[in-house]
Design a protein around this ligand. Structure first.
Ligand code: TGC
Ligand code: FAD
Length: 390
């Protein structure tokens, strides 16, 4: 059991279908073949491996739960979760690309878009011909997106958009941005803003110590004229973007398990080979304690993911359940990464091993899609019925 590529201490594989396991294996092989060999070089250079966008489309990583008639995979939530797990085993920044494209761009177009919007964008996004981004966070409104200042007004056959968004994954390369902005009545609506529209720019954010193989930027709108047919007709209010976040946070809960597994497996191999005091590290009790605790934490997170996935397939997963999984699994992955880094000693900080990169990446993952403390407060509100945000 301990020599498998994925620890499966509670025999969860018995609960996955053959199709789900095949999807997991396919993505795992892809990561081994096309990501693992040079992802550290991309991260060191702070460069996004852009060629992967097309490859992700080809192997079905974009919109796996969207119906095939729109170019999606028509798969279930467990299959999507397993994909996120395997991609994040490679790098959290690449799982970010999958989360944003699938859950934050394709999902709102599918759930809230017109038939024309779906036909125009979903097949291109699914194939990787187009890349999308999701603009909710602003310089002055992160945890509290309801306060956003970005706004638009009606100008006849089009609307005019002004404002800005900050910390937007994929923005410098995106062909289309799903942007959340307030109308004259102060109601939040979703707009599809396309690259090339006059007054729309996407400056890149540099000097990140985290998610270095993913590109992050701003969205700036200066009197951007947007045709009315680009407004998402199916939703109004904060529940629009928050509904998308439920989809993405679900994938992150699974992805974090992938990052943790990669750290655990790296440490397990290292302790078998590294000799100190004439014995392998694996023979020391303190090392065994760390490994046992890591395996326990990963197993608990796997169980949470599996159950959350089955609830989601039944349409029963709640926002609070998703918050608990995102929060607990990312915290677990951070702890596993820190322990694994220590186990490798000095080698733990080297790019020859993936651990420090995972650790730095997870410092973003614990913040985006709702911070660790915001998810705590979502759970607090669920338990007490009292919102403590404001
Ligand atoms: P609140 O009053 O609680 O709710 C406002 C309205 O929204 C409804 N609602 C939801 N609807 C659908 N799904 C959900 N999960 C929902 N949660 C709430 C709610 O019923 C209400 O509807 P209505 O019709 O009554 O108006 O809102 P609040 O202003 O008090 O804020 C609550 C809070 C703090 C939990 C929320 O705003 C929040 O989650 N803040 C965190 C912000 C966040 O997560 N930002 C993420 C930005 S995107 C990102 O990080 C992408 S990273 C991507 C990557 O690279 O992987
Ligand atoms: P703040 O909201 O300023 O929070 C700062 C601290 O205060 C946090 O610890 C927080 O937990 C705490 N805090 C805030 N409110 C309360 C409260 N009521 N009670 C107690 N503590 C509180 N956003 C997008 O829209 N799209 C993207 O694609 C995207 N990608 C991202 C990629 C990266 C690499 C990063 C780092 C962020 C990304 N984000 C994106 C933004 C992300 O969602 C926000 O950073 C996050 O929601 C937190 O907002 P903030 O950074 O403004 O922090």
């Amino acid at each position: 059991m301990t020599t498998s590529a994925t620890p499966d201490f509670y025999a969860l594989d018995d609960l996955f279908t053959d199709e789900q396991k095949l999807i997991r294996q396919t993505v795992r092989d892809f990561v081994q073949r096309e990501i693992a060999p040079d992802i550290d070089d991309y991260a060191q250079r702070a460069e996004f491996p852009r060629h992967l966008v097309k490859r992700f489309g080809e192997i079905g990583l974009f919109g796996p739960t969207i119906p095939p008639e729109y170019g999606g995979g028509g798969l279930d939530a467990l299959a999507y979760g397993l994909m996120c797990q395997e991609i994040e085993r490679g790098d959290s920044g690449l799982r970010s690309v999958v989360s944003v494209q699938s859950s934050l761009v394709m999902w709102p177009i599918f759930a809230y878009g017109s038939e024309e919007q779906k036909k125009k964008w979903l097949p291109k996004l699914a194939s990787g011909e187009a890349l999308g981004c999701f603009g909710l966070t602003e310089p002055d409104y992160g945890s509290n997106p309801g306060g956003m200042k970005t706004h638009f007004h009606d100008a006849g056959d089009h609307v005019v958009l002004n404002g800005s968004k900050l910390w937007i994954t994929n923005s410098p390369l995106a062909d289309v941005a799903v942007v959340w902005a307030k109308n004259e009545a102060g109601k939040i609506r979703g707009l599809l803003v396309e690259r090339g529209m006059e007054g729309f720019s996407t400056p890149e954010i540099h000097r990140k110590w985290s998610l270095r193989a993913s590109t992050t930027g701003e969205l700036v709108f200066e009197n951007v004229k947007i045709p009315k047919e680009n407004v998402l007709p199916g939703v109004e209010g904060l529940r629009g973007p928050l509904g998308c976040l439920d989809q993405a946070r679900f994938g992150i809960a699974w992805g974090a398990v992938g990052a943790a597994i990669d750290c655990y497996e790296t440490a397990r191999r290292y302790t078998a080979e590294r000799i100190q005091f004439d014995r392998p590290l694996a023979s020391f009790q303190l090392i065994q304690k760390k490994m046992a605790e890591m395996l326990t934490a990963i197993t608990q997170a796997q169980l949470v993911c599996w159950r959350l996935g089955t609830l989601k397939n039944e349409g029963k997963a709640t926002t609070a359940q998703i918050s608990m999984a995102k929060r607990a699994n990312v915290a677990m992955a951070l702890e596993v990464a820190r322990e694994a880094r220590q186990i490798l000693g000095g080698m733990g900080i080297s790019g020859d091993f993936p651990i420090m990169r995972h650790l730095m990446n997870l410092e973003s993952v614990v913040t985006y899609e709702g911070t660790h403390d915001i998810h705590l407060l979502i759970l607090g509100a669920e338990i007490t019925g009292i919102q403590a945000f404001k």
